[in-house]
Design a protein around this ligand. Structure first.
Ligand code: IVH
Length: 691
């Protein structure tokens, strides 16, 4: 676990005054639009330094100091909060947690019998006011005593319904954030609109929540973590809620149709000892990198209402709760170089080479830089200190240069004038620069991708072999592979009879791959493995996909109005390649698909008779028998091919758990929820047609 970060040592009153100014500016920017020149760690260190200086020099304390103030004193908004929206005090390790718990128990004069342990969601606090069951107003935290009205965002926040199950008057408190996929979608929308991008999910959520006149809408997510019953409710609800333990209040919130973390892998639990709290902290920390949303710590609360009431509040934070901070997902490091890579579709993308930095449990050396316009707009220079973000599923990204850390030795970033792959011209008509040769520029990369494990899976066809074939003019794209003759292959250097026959057999086998993989092999922009599966399952045949216009493509889950026309245009561009594949006899349908009545018409969803249709399936433990060699990703693909939805965590919504050897907590959870459990052998029989 993490230890207390060292604090910034301030030498004199001038250094102190500068530190206060920096912290105030940084907090103001953070609470205004989620941007800041300081990362969370640096801000924490700075405020601790200010605090230490103030303790030693009480006479020097400036009124503008951020210490002891909610939101570092940044003031936003004019809607008064019914009850102040406070902050939380922090601990940074097991020892500090134990000390905090012990001092709280001393204050109460008794042990705390029930601790609630839940994730600290990394978004923005919001108050959602419901009147008679209808969502009436949304207010940001602001300075804690008054916030900004952001009711315009109602209807765009997943997990925050317009109506509650009961016609009650309550105020919900929780966190508004962007999941990794919402963030990617939001960045793509913003890129398409003005070429810019969001720095990280938190600032994207902050900007989106406040934005009123954007021409595009980005989806947000809400998780509740508390309730303030209103005395205006007219029922005894307020009294009942005030007496319930926090964990049961959260159950009540979920029953009202509001999202809580209950269905996530980091669901809140009640622990009966500080040791168990620490264990749960470690469990949550261990799965953090795989979560589809950001967390920056764990919140530990007294679960019982009586303990909370007695512990009370300090001016800044409740005494009955504490935030156990996890290592930062945003840090400052040095930008050492910029590399230019040409992707499969000819897009020329800059990539930052960084001084290695640990983020969310892994060492980050490379990060995405989006595009040239973005580099220019941000004024990035080589040698700059930059803020870098990485958490969960989000690809590491350079956010911004930290201008005040410049030394004068920084150098401009050289922007390529010709394609860095083939030396050809660059099409600069759009923000994303492309080689004018498009896909042709990266024939090798396109073919390597197409024959890869998750696509056509042609065993024994390595990159050097593909280069040989391209150089010998035997192929120009991956469809040509299906027309290769034995003689042509034998004519290649280092190609014996056995390797030739093996390769021909592997190519023949690849003709039988399902449509989802054939479609994936095409490398259509914006469609990876799971999107290809969705498209293939939605339409059933290549013919139906090609017949679809942008509106029809948009009916596929996850394809919005920006992506749909791109898919249509790409398919037009790929027409000759697809025709060649059809001619070669490559499979153009998805298993379980039956031709629709109207030629070319899309197969309606659900018309498949697939064994796992409508089922949510989780896999755990070691696979055996026919499934032994399958990776988790291949298992997930298999589940989706057979009509199911693959999920990584067990919840009440899980239909089936495939549990192999050494299945641990997921099996136990499935048992406790009464979820059906099968072993890998039984599962293999059930879906044998799809193996
Ligand atoms: S309880 C009186 N629970 O963390 C404050 N807060 O650093 C009680 N947060 O302002 C807050 N996840 O925005 C609570 N499970 C959780 C939380 C959580 C995230 C945020 C909240 C709060 C901030 C304090």
């Amino acid at each position: 676990m993490t230890e207390t970060p060292p604090f910034t040592v301030l030498a004199d009153d001038t250094a102190y005054a500068e530190a206060v100014q920096l912290a105030v500016d940084s907090a103001a920017a953070y609470y205004a639009d989620g941007t800041s020149t300081l990362d969370d760690d640096a801000y924490d260190r700075l405020v601790r330094g200010i605090q230490a200086y103030e303790e030693a020099h009480p006479e020097a304390v400036l009124p503008s100091s951020p210490t002891g103030k909610v939101a570092g004193g940044a003031v936003v908004g004019d809607v008064p909060h019914t009850v102040p929206m406070l902050s939380l005090d922090n601990v940074f390790g097991a020892e500090q947690l134990a000390d905090w718990a012990a001092s709280l128990e001393r204050r109460l004069g008794r042990p705390v019998a029930a601790w609630s342990v839940e994730p600290k969601l990394d978004g923005l606090a919001i108050s959602a006011r419901y009147r008679h069951g209808r969502l009436a107003q949304l207010v940001t935290r602001g300075d804690g005593s008054a916030g900004e009205d952001v009711s315009h965002a109602i209807g765009t926040i997943v997990g925050l319904p317009d109506r509650l199950a009961d016609a009650v008057t309550v105020e919900l408190r929780g966190e508004v954030m962007m999941t990794a996929s919402q963030f990617e979608e939001a960045c793509a929308k913003r890129q398409a609109h003005d070429g810019t991008t969001f720095a990280n999910p938190r600032s994207a959520a902050a900007g989106t929540l406040r934005a009123q006149d954007r021409p595009y809408v980005c989806e947000l997510t809400f998780f509740a973590y508390g309730v303030l019953p209103s005395s205006d409710d007219g029922s005894d609800l307020a009294v009942r809620l005030r007496e319930l333990p926090h964990s049961q209040i959260m159950d009540w919130v979920a029953a009202q149709g509001v999202q809580t973390t209950a269905a996530t892998p980091v669901a809140g639990i009640v622990a009966d000892s500080v040791e168990r709290v620490q264990e749960r902290v470690e469990e949550i920390a261990a799965v953090r990198a795989e979560l589809p949303f950001g967390i920056d710590g764990i919140v530990i609360k007294c679960d019982l209402a009586a303990d909370q009431a007695e512990a009370g509040f300090s001016s800044r934070a409740p005494r009955w709760a504490i935030a156990y901070k996890l290592p930062a997902t945003e840090k400052i490091t040095k930008l050492l170089a910029v590399e230019w890579n040409v992707g499969r579709t000819g897009v020329i993308a800059p990539r930052a080479v960084l001084e290695p930095v640990e983020l969310d449990g892994s060492i980050v050396t490379y990060a995405t830089l989006h595009n040239v316009a973005d580099i220019t707009r941000r004024g990035l220079m080589l040698g700059d200190s930059v803020t870098v973000y990485k958490a969960g599923d989000v690809i590491p990204r350079v956010e911004a240069p930290v201008v005040h850390l410049r030394t004068g030795d920084e150098r401009p970033i050289e922007i390529p004038q010709v394609c860095t792959e083939c030396g050809g011209a660059i099409d600069k008509s759009q923000e994303r620069w492309r080689c004018v040769r498009g896909r042709g520029c990266r024939a090798i990369a396109s073919i390597v991708y197409a024959v890869g494990r998750d696509q056509l899976d042609i065993e024994g066809l390595a990159e050097n072999r593909i280069t040989q074939m391209l150089d010998a003019d035997l192929i120009t794209d991956f469809a040509d592979l299906f027309f290769l003759t034995r003689e042509q292959l034998l004519g290649l250097e280092r190609m014996g009879e056995t390797s030739t026959d093996n390769l021909l057999a592997a190519i023949e086998q690849a003709k039988g791959r399902p449509l989802s993989r054939v479609f994936c092999a095409l490398g259509v922009r914006g469609t990876g493995r799971s999107m290809s599966r969705r498209i293939a399952r939605h339409f059933g045949s290549m013919q139906a996909i090609r017949a679809a216009d942008a509106m029809a493509i948009q009916a596929v889950e996850g394809i919005g109005p920006e992506k749909a026309p791109v898919v249509v245009a790409e398919l037009v561009e790929l027409a000759a390649l697809i025709d060649k594949l059809v001619k070669a006899g490559v499979t153009m349908t998805e298993p379980g698909w039956t031709p629709p009545a109207e030629p070319g018409a899309a197969q309606a969803d659900g018309a498949f008779e697939l064994p796992l249709a409508g089922m949510s399936v989780v896999v755990t433990g070691a696979m055996s028998g026919a499934l032994e060699a399958l990776s988790r990703s291949q298992m997930n693909e298999l589940i989706e091919r057979a009509g199911g939805k693959a999920s990584s965590s067990v919840s009440a919504k899980t239909s089936l758990l495939v549990a192999g050897d050494k299945a641990g907590s997921k099996r136990a959870k499935a048992e406790s929820l009464g979820v059906r459990i099968v072993d890998p052998e039984e599962f293999a029989t059930q879906i044998s047609a799809f193996l």
